[in-house]
Write a protein that binds this ligand. Structure first.
Ligand SMILES: [Zn+2]
Length: 395
């Protein structure tokens, strides 16, 4: 028996905490960071004699890229992309790292988002590596870091030239399409919203609050911006035909002031802009800059927009047909039918699509079970995904 059940890999992966450290208050090295998963993947590739490349992305946070299939440098290639990180475990009602199995479900953090998919990809990759089907594609399996926060793993994967990805320090190749793993209930996600986040820093001048006329209150400036942003949200929504495809803008955090009796010199706002299906990220950025420039903040006050702390474009069906065709064919061959949907949440697929690689999202599990207190996945879906991916890679 050369083909291992995906369940075995899933159990091992869920037992390795890989919480994204970004945005966490206190980082616990026993829980945060992808290193445990990356090391495991490296050993896995080594033990199977699969060619791999460990790509540095952030301190102690590496992508692990494996390549199987024909050695011919001109062989047609497909990219399978899956993230190693998970969200936090606060408030979980099931043991997060025990990988407990009950009634055909596996419970634990990351089971659904997205270690279930990773296990399917590993099982299919292993089988392709050993069975070497005649018309097999070259498969690049990229296990990336930082999807749950700032998407830096997938960004680092992109090669210098449009359409190319890095498969090691000296070699880049151009896959014909990419499958990006996220829970999609074994259907395809062909469109999703994008997201950009920025800080806006309002600066004034401090003074004692008994003589406020001597200073410039940064919170008053921030309040004017907040009110204008609320108006902008309505304008964005009115332009979209429906709520699912609509863009939006929200102020999600605010901080300012240092003491009860000091007029604050600084106030910082965090802006979350969702990019609708019909919108492009550049237009959204320019729109915001124009609006900020038009606001009269008041005397002695100025504001500054940061560079985006997160930038993920929207995924649009158009331009990604090659991926949709190949993957839906493989799904139909195994399951008999295949659905295509559009969703609100962002994935790594749009960053690859923007880079010129036709991309589609596919994986076992339901996004409703992702990030939950009792995260779980149906094991039968994980095994079906492995079969579909094997079919896809077999050509
Ligand atoms: Zn995910």
């Amino acid at each position: 028996m050369k083909f291992t059940s995906a369940q075995r890999w899933l159990e091992e992966l869920v037992r390795l905490p890989s919480i994204n450290p970004g945005g966490a208050g206190k980082v616990d090295p026993q829980l945060h960071g992808e290193k445990r998963v990356t090391d495991w993947l490296e050993n896995w590739a080594k033990s199977k004699k699969i060619q791999y490349f460990r790509q540095k992305v952030l301190p102690d946070r590496d992508n692990l890229v494996m390549v199987v299939g024909p050695d011919d440098p001109h062989a047609k290639a497909q990219l399978w992309e899956v993230h190693q990180d998970t969200v936090d475990i606060a408030g979980m009602t099931v043991p997060p790292f025990e990988a407990r199995v009950q009634d055909g479900k596996l419970f634990g953090r990351g089971a659904c988002d997205v270690k279930g998919s990773m296990a399917s990809m590993l099982a299919a990759l292993e089988r392709l590596h050993y069975e070497r089907p005649q018309k097999a594609w070259k498969i690049v399996l990229a296990c990336t870091v930082d999807e749950e926060h700032t998407f830096q793993g997938v960004q680092a994967l992109r090669g210098n030239e449009r359409g190319f990805i890095r498969v090691n320090d000296s070699h880049q190749l151009k896959p014909e399409f990419a499958v990006v793993a996220e829970p999609s209930q074994l259907g395809l996600i062909t469109a999703h919203k994008g997201v950009i986040r920025w800080y806006i820093r309002v600066e004034g001048s401090a003074c004692h609050s008994s003589t406020p006329h001597l200073g410039s209150n940064a919170i008053y400036g921030a309040a004017k911006i907040a009110s204008r942003i609320a108006g902008l949200h309505s304008e964005i929504q009115q332009k979209s035909p429906d709520a699912i495809s609509a863009g939006s803008i929200s102020l999600t955090q605010i901080s300012g002031g240092s003491a009860p009796n000091i007029v604050p010199s600084e106030c910082t706002l965090l802006l979350d802009r969702r990019i609708g299906f019909q919108e492009c990220t550049e237009e959204a950025e320019n729109q915001l800059k124009t609006i900020l420039a038009q606001i009269d903040l008041g005397e002695g006050l100025r504001c500054e927009l940061s560079t985006p702390i997160i930038r993920c474009p929207a995924l649009q069906t158009q331009g990604n047909e090659a991926a949709e065709n190949h993957v839906s064919k493989a799904v139909r061959q195994i399951l008999g039918n295949c659905t295509s949907t559009a969703v609100a949440f962002g994935t790594d697929a749009s960053t690859l699509a923007e880079h010129g690689i036709p991309s589609v999202v596919f994986g076992p599990g339901n996004i409703r079970q992702a990030h939950t207190r009792d995260e779980w996945i149906n094991l039968s879906e994980v095994e079906s995904a492995a079969e579909i991916l094997f079919q896809l890679g077999s050509g």
